[in-house]
Design a protein around this ligand. Structure first.
Ligand code: NDP
Length: 349
């Protein structure tokens, strides 16, 4: 492994508002040999996720910010090409947190130990471990079943329903016998949700000119109201959901991508008052606080996949140089299902 080179994407500058290509730079670096406890991974696919937008700015949060001049990081999947760790051998397929580079030197620190996992490439193709079988899948599972406290047969509304998290939310709810409506930004995405994810109805939110029209459509599709709203978007979607919740409804606050690039605080949900008479529960959550559910998640997800009750869709961009474009595309709906970047061969040894 001497003289091994790897290309990586570094943060060049911090964005103000919507980021663009000038915030990133591609660089080549020499990869050191692994020391005791470390492994080298040739990455096949890396993930881009909306939460990375928050890491581009300097502020305290549940994950530290990216640093200017340093490579970005995030989930990636690949094959071990050198190992000085007793836990991994050359040839193992793993997911880890040092994406945005072609080759990752994964350390032996506690965070790396906790977040580097062997995976079974026989259960599903590698990119699925960045989506349905990975962090977004666990987000859907914990958010819907624990935070949303979903009961069989309830009514469920999902925003960004055709994305990495949303597709899984829709199908878990269908697997629990629920009535499910998904909102997404194109007719193609809505068709897939109906045909493959088995949702009962869809809303192409771009066809509704304002919040009142969206709210009226949600009302039409939920004549008796919503038991669980899975919030991925914020803005008009949250108001439309609040206007249509049922008594003791739950809102699982997963994300609000519509406001990640805002430069000033947007107006709050104007009808939040609905939470009082309806005894609603709005609860935010971060997936990393629910890692105790990984065992149940993998068991259930494995069963659903084998039974043909969990489908997924991916948008794959080719080459590490395309990673910034892939990431920026998330804010324009350029992805259909999980957005991943192919950064190397699927088999490295
Ligand atoms: P997606 O795969 O859903 O990609 C983002 C999608 O959001 C786009 O494809 C687009 O789809 C939609 N979107 C973008 N901008 C807007 C907008 N202004 N209004 C409405 N829809 C918009 O991403 P993920 O599934 O990875 O993430 C979904 C949400 O979950 C995000 O908010 C993310 O931050 C959050 N999240 C939270 C986690 C947690 O631990 N709390 C963990 C993981 C994700 P469309 O074509 O439909 O517009």
């Amino acid at each position: 492994m001497k003289n091994l080179k790897s290309r990586e994407i570094r943060l060049k500058k911090r964005p103000n508002g919507m980021p663009d290509a000038s915030c990133f730079e591609l660089a080549e670096t020499s990869v050191p040999e692994p020391k005791k406890g470390e492994i080298l991974v040739r990455n096949s696919f890396m993930s881009v996720d909306p939460y990375m937008r928050g890491r581009m700015v300097e502020r305290e949060s549940y994950v530290p910010p990216f640093q200017i001049g340093e490579p970005l990081s995030g989930h990636a999947v690949g094959q071990v090409i050198a190992s000085e760790s007793p836990n991994f051998k050359v040839g193992d397929f793993v997911t880890h947190m040092l994406g945005w580079r072609e080759v990752s030197l994964v350390g032996s620190d506690p965070i790396a130990q906790l977040t580097t996992m062997k995976i079974d490439p026989g259960l599903a193709p590698l990119p699925a471990y960045l989506g349905t079988l990975g962090m977004p899948g666990l987000t859907a599972y914990a958010g819907l079943l624990r935070v949303g406290a979903l009961k069989d047969g309830e009514t469920v509304f999902v925003s960004a329903a055709s994305g990495a998290v949303g597709t899984v939310v829709c199908q878990i709810a269908k697997n629990k016998g629920c009535y499910v409506v998904g909102s997404a930004g194109s007719d193609d995405k809505c068709d897939w949700l109906k045909k493959e994810a088995r949702v009962d109805a869809t809303i192409n939110y771009k066809n509704f000119k304002d919040e009142a029209a969206l709210t009226a459509e949600v009302k039409r599709l939920f004549p008796k109201g919503i038991d669980v709203y899975f919030e991925n978007v914020g803005g008009a979607h949250l108001n439309a959901a609040l206007a249509n919740m049922r008594l003791k409804g739950r809102i699982a606050m997963c994300g609000m991508i519509a406001q990640y690039n805002d430069t000033a605080l947007p107006p709050g949900p104007s009808n939040i008052i609905a939470a009082i008479p309806l005894s609603l529960r709005l609860e935010g959550f971060i997936v990393s606080n629910h890692y105790d559910m990984v065992g149940d998640f993998m068991r259930d997800m494995g069963g659903w996949i084998k039974a043909g009750k969990m489908k997924w869709h991916e948008t794959v961009m080719d080459g590490i140089d395309k990673a910034p474009e892939a990431f920026l595309g998330l804010f324009k709906g350029a992805n259909f299902g999980k957005m991943v970047v192919k950064v190397g061969p699927e088999k490295a040894v």
